[in-house]
Ligand binder design. Structure first.
Ligand code: LLP
Length: 425
């Protein structure tokens, strides 16, 4: 029994382990993933693909741990890469070039060439980058990211559609784009967009999808189009303890499949459709455990001091993102109850910046030194955005497998790792 653990208890998230055992074995802080949850989230999405040719293209920027990528592939998802490193990992775990899309922006010719050499279709998002890619790939294929003019997302920093953002080709520039493609005899094999990240209702996504479908019909070589990719952005309920409703996949699936199958039928489209979720697949299978080393008040404000600095989970610092908190305590008395013992607390990390806050003004049971806490829903954009700021070591990652046992899937950084790239010293 723990102080606040109902959510992970219900899921049997830790399998045969306990948070304290895991921290003892693998150290703190620690990313922990649950295989069953990951598979379930993949199945939710693969299951909604009822339209012929509709695929899930996992956006690996959310979490590119190869062990997770393998599971995601086993569940029938394809993958996108947006950097040579992601492409390297995708290929390494067995994705074939046909199963990978390279969706990049503002990259060098060498980077484009690297993806072309691997046989992967590359999406670029400006006329200049299109011309650069065409020069490298005369007579070949290209994919273009358009800006649908509408965006959505949890923070202005992650809204990627609309005129205020750096992304995509303005559809009005289609004539110039077609001229470039013709000059190099390059086929427009795919079109894509991504309106932004974390919305809880599907209407805007469908609205944007219709804009891309309309655009597809304006292409003179519509019959050569192989992929129409609508991007990701499907949200997950971060407010677990307030029973925040889930993204309504059933309703979304109805709207999406109807829109796509009617359109494909009406226009004799034989190609594929992609959805490109990252967060929806990876967020809920992962959390980060941290240790409480200190509690204090500054003025009237209670602080809980942990090892969860923003180098380990950057989202709260970067976007004011909310992650729910669980609290685990060893050796609780048999009849322990938290009723009435809650108070507002601010959980902070060990970085020397005032913004190093991982959970602000939360009404929670009183947290004590020696507790382990979990920040839930940290599987997406958690480890993948972690850093060595202040030369702290990035956490290890552990997978709770189907049989409930824990397997280390990435060791903690070592001091040798942070010295490894230093030259002549
Ligand atoms: N496709 C493209 C082209 C993208 O740029 C992204 C995310 C996705 C798909 C997947 O989006 P998702 O389904 O995960 O929302 N670091 C931020 C999120 C940044 C998303 C960037 N692009 C966060 O922690 O909220």
């Amino acid at each position: 029994m723990s102080v606040r653990s109902k959510y992970t208890d219900t899921l049997h998230f830790y399998g045969k382990e306990t948070p304290h055992d895991l921290v003892e074995k693998f150290g703190s802080p620690l990313y922990v993933y649950n295989e069953n949850v990951l598979r379930e989230r993949c199945r939710d999405l693969v299951g909604l693909c009822k339209t012929e040719g509709l695929h899930i293209n996992y956006s690996a920027k959310a979490n590119a741990n190869p062990h997770l990528l393998k599971i995601i592939r086993e569940e029938g998802c394809r993958v996108d890469a947006m950097s040579p490193g992601e492409l390297y990992l995708d290929l390494k775990v067995g994705y074939t070039p046909e199963e990978i899309l390279y969706v990049c922006n503002n990259v060098s010719k060498e980077e484009m060439q690297n993806a072309l050499d691997k046989g992967v279709l590359v999406s670029v998002d400006s006329l200049m980058q299109a011309e650069q890619l065409c020069r490298l790939n005369k007579g070949g294929k290209i994919m273009i990211r358009f800006n649908p003019g509408i965006g959505a997302g949890h923070s202005a920093k992650v809204v990627t559609g609309g005129k205020e953002t750096k992304f995509g080709v303005d559809p009005e520039k289609l004539p110039q784009l077609l001229e470039i493609l013709e000059k190099y005899n390059v086929t427009l094999a795919g079109i894509n967009h991504h309106i932004g990240s974390l919305f809880m209702e599907g209407e805007q996504y469908i609205e944007a999808a219709k804009i891309l479908l309309d655009l597809a019909l304006k292409l003179p070589h519509f019959d050569k189009l192989e992929i129409i990719d609508f991007g990701g952005g499907f949200g997950i309920p971060y407010h677990k303890y307030e029973n925040q409703p889930r993204f309504d996949l059933e309703n979304f699936s109805g709207m999406l499949n109807e829109t796509l199958s009617d359109w494909a039928k009406a226009h004799h489209y034989q190609g594929k459709f992609y959805l490109e979720p990252g967060r929806y697949i990876a967020a809920e299978c992962g959390l980060i455990l941290g240790s409480v080393y200190n509690t204090k008040t500054n003025g009237a404000k209670p602080y809980v001091g942990t090892d969860l600095g923003f180098n380990t989970l950057a989202r709260p610092m970067l976007y004011d993102s909310f992650h729910d908190v669980e609290i685990y305590r060893k050796n609780l008395p048999q009849n322990f109850r938290t009723d009435g013992k809650e108070m507002e607390q601010t959980i902070v990390g060990n970085i020397c910046e005032s913004g190093d806050i991982i959970a602000k003004n939360r009404v929670l049971p009183v947290i004590e030194e020696g507790d382990i806490i979990a920040m839930l829903d940290a599987g997406a954009y958690g480890f993948s955005m972690s850093s060595n700021y202040t030369q702290r070591l990035r956490p290890a990652e552990v997978l709770i497998r189907k049989d409930g046992t824990a397997k280390c899937i990435r060791r903690r950084d070592s001091f040798e790792d942070i010295f490894a790239t230093i030259t002549d010293c």
